[in-house]
Design a protein around this ligand. Structure first.
Ligand code: SF4
Ligand code: SF4
Length: 732
């Protein structure tokens, strides 16, 4: 007995020292990151949300269970280990007394039953994981495996470790039954089966029990050490990462630029002193560092990424892993406490410390520029990640540094940035062009000139595309027509409207974004605007969720939300049938980023004759059109075009029409359809339209309005002069 105690305690102390040293090293590394007081403040302000995510996402495994088979396997393993904490207590108790039982509950049959049930559940879980890993073997499946790039060897070691934990547990419990030391007279069905197998060994069961109690502890302790050195660290830190994640999630608005935890003031900021985005690994906040350490390498994000799917070099998983590997390799440099200590470091560490965070092969960068600039900010990675890693924040942080400090970004986007600065729109068109669509209507649209007063309910935020791009202008006219028909009082800013700044911000140019945003907020506040309806999801997201960061607070709706409400209230009545099969494409910044999934579908449901057909990738799992993240203004040179991939999927539903709710999706999908028509892969009659265009075709327009109303048609038009197509850097 004494030997049993000594071996057990010595093993525990050794494991605690090794694991403790590693954890302390990780904590020190995390503390080299920037402060993130906003995360702590957010948790203080919303403790209920923090608790809710711990219950639903950590304990309830909500995000993991969205992938049914691996989700159930993970949940069984996770819940199993929670229950099996009881067996670890029992194993330690057994070191000191063969007859140990947990006080009060330690002999209850249902406790023994639960322990065995979850031991078996864990076995089922790891067998399922093994099958999943064999079927998704990156060596065979290549890039299409979600485990491509993951450290698969470590995963197999962990599966083996878990198997040994359960095997040693059941063997020592089975032996205990034969020695009469087992605390549960009934209920522990699996242990009883093993005990039955071991029964013929007679007195040897005594030795088996001692050996396997010690082996059980040794395996658990070795597993505990391995966890701190591998991706399985997530077992310990995923709850923390979820606790300090953005609320409600890492989608929607971007975070303001911060230096030392404070929001950066461009008028006072000094690029030599302040942190400008992520230019080196220690520019990440401690939460960013925690993200890196938490990644489970599951590859869910990678499997949903449109850039990765279409053959681009970007994988959100690999961004996290590359940053993590770099952080770990640079750690001795970051943790050295003096210049002398740094000078004494091995050359490999010093070389790692010199690596630029973004750079091509020649510069030996951690992240290749082609990875960085392939991101469409679609949010599929953030949506999927079971441990709430915020990929878009990291990508944007690196873009900010590249644009603001290094002036290194795709050359074709420079024109867009210059146009935003000089003309307030990406195409560089004159501000009076913003009024041209109004002249094509047969009713007056008030243009704001001073305070709008109570008689105007909504400010219709038209957006640059809606005002200046020919295809998007048809949506704008349809919305205006519908609002007019429904008797909604609205006005537009006309020439006073400038780009919200979204393309600049998503590209990383926070300076141009804040200039445009402040200008717009000033205009809106001077006009006394309270309610805004926006036709572009990017404008919608920016005004509703990013302008409050700069003091612009408005009630903002997307046009599909307002139109759905007008239909529901009977103020718009779709009557003319549209006998077509229609598939709806979810714009990322309307759907995934802002959870507007039902309004556009409700409108389509109300149009007589429409047969809606969902694409396989829809709603939360919608597939990007390729325009977000300022990709609209960059060439797509690598891999398959994202819009072509999306249209290939849409064509699988054999649609007569493809509908959407975003001017940029309209352009991207329209371009891909035009190309498909050119190659004979799509029927000539196939159209891409906004939901508002569908509705206006069906709505009973009052004779006085409707007779002469130029109901927008959907025939393709030549792009306006100065559009992306005309300027050269065409998205398609
Ligand atoms: S935001 Fe979209 S494109 Fe960017 S890394 Fe994530 S999934 Fe890929
Ligand atoms: S970032 Fe999240 S989804 Fe992607 S591999 Fe890591 S844990 Fe999985």
């Amino acid at each position: 007995m004494a030997l049993r105690i000594i071996i057990g305690l010595v093993l525990t102390v050794i494991a605690a020292v090794i694991a403790g040293r590693r954890l302390w090293w990780l904590v020190r590394l995390g503390r080299t990151g920037q402060p993130a007081p906003e995360r702590v403040a957010s948790l203080r302000e919303h403790p209920g949300q923090g608790a809710e995510t711990q219950v639903t996402q950590v304990i309830g495994q909500r995000k993991l269970l969205q992938w049914s088979v691996p989700g159930i396997a993970h949940a069984l393993t996770f819940w199993g280990f929670i229950v099996l904490i009881l067996t670890i207590i029992e194993a330690y108790g057994d070191l000191f007394s063969r007859h140990f039982a947990i006080p009060l509950i330690g002999t209850w049959a249902w406790v023994g039953f639960l322990e065995d049930l979850f031991a078996v559940a864990v076995l089922v879980g790891i067998i399922t994981f093994a099958i999943i890993r064999l079927r998704n073997n990156p060596r065979r499946e290549g890039r299409s495996s979600r485990f491509a790039g993951s450290h698969t060897g470590a995963a197999w070691i962990v599966l083996l470790g878990i198997f040994l934990v359960i095997a040693t547990l059941l063997i020592y419990r089975g032996a205990q039954i034969n020695t009469g030391d087992f605390p549960y007279p009934k209920g522990a069905f699996a242990s009883q089966i093993v005990g039955h197998w071991l029964h013929p060994l007679g007195a040897a069961n005594m030795g088996i029990e001692t050996t396997f109690v010690l082996l059980q502890l040794a395996v658990i302790l070795a597993f505990g050490i391995f966890v701190t050195y591998s991706k399985h660290l997530h077992i310990a830190i995923a709850p923390l990462n979820v606790l300090f994640a953005r609320r409600p999630n890492g989608l929607g608005p971007l975070e303001p630029m911060r230096s030392g935890g404070k929001v950066l003031d461009f008028e006072e900021a000094d690029p030599d002193e302040d942190v400008f985005g992520i230019g080196k690994i220690e520019d990440l906040s401690w939460k960013g560092m925690l993200d890196l350490a938490t990644c489970t390498e599951c590859g869910r994000c990678q499997s949903q990424c449109p850039a990765y799917y279409t053959g681009k070099p970007l994988s959100p998983k690999m961004i996290i892993l590359e940053l993590r590997d770099h952080a770990f390799a640079k750690a001795p440099y970051l943790l050295a406490d003096s210049d002398d200590a740094r000078a004494a470091l091995p050359d490999a560490v010093k070389a790692e410390a010199e690596r630029p965070i973004v750079g091509d092969e020649e510069a030996h960068g951690v992240i290749h520029p082609d990875e960085l600039w392939s991101c469409t900010n679609c949010g599929a990675c953030v949506e999927e990640c079971p441990v709430d890693i915020e990929h878009i924040d990291h990508i944007t942080g690196m873009r900010r540094h590249q644009v603001l400090v290094e002036s290194a970004f795709p050359a074709e986007a420079a024109t867009m940035l210059k146009n935003l600065e000089n003309k307030g729109n990406p195409w560089g068109m004159g501000e009076n062009k913003r009024l041209e669509w109004i002249a094509e209507l047969d009713f007056e649209v008030p243009v704001v000139d001073g305070p709008i007063g109570d008689e105007v309910e909504y400010l219709f935020w038209v957006g640059c595309a809606g005002a200046l791009e020919d295809r998007a202008k048809k949506t704008t006219k349809a919305i205006a027509q519908l609002l007019h028909t429904a008797g909604v009082s609205f006005a537009v800013l006309g020439p006073a409207e400038a780009c919200t700044g979204d393309p600049a911000r998503r590209m990383g140019n926070e300076f141009v974004y804040s200039m445009l945003a402040q200008q717009n907020i000033e205009t809106l506040n001077e006009a006394g605007v309270k309610k805004i309806v926006a036709s572009c999801p990017h404008c919608f997201n920016t005004i509703a969720r990013e302008y409050p960061q700069l003091g612009g607070n408005y009630e903002v709706m997307h046009h599909t939300q307002l139109l759905a409400r007008l239909v529901a209230d009977g103020r718009l009545t779709p009557v003319s049938p549209i006998e077509e099969k229609i598939t709806y494409h979810d714009p990322c910044f309307l759907g995934r980023h802002n959870r507007v999934f039902t309004a556009p579908r409700e409108i389509m449901e109300q149009v007589p004759g429409v047969r809606a057909q969902e694409m396989h990738r829809c709603k939360e799992r919608g597939f990007c059109c390729g325009a977000g993240g300022a990709r609209m203004w960059m060439e797509e040179r690598i891999g398959k075009r994202i819009n072509t991939e999306r249209i290939d999927e849409a064509l699988g539903t054999d649609p007569d029409t493809i509908s959407t709710g975003c001017p940029f999706c309209l352009v991207m999908l329209g371009d891909a359809v035009a190309a498909k028509k050119g190659s004979g892969e799509a029927k000539e009659s196939l159209e891409v339209v906004d939901v508002a265009q569908l509705l206006v075709r069906s709505v009973q327009v009052p004779a006085t309005v409707g007779a002469a109303a130029p109901v927008p048609d959907t025939a393709p038009e030549e792009p306006a002069a100065g559009t992306a197509e005309a300027d050269g850097p065409a998205p398609e």
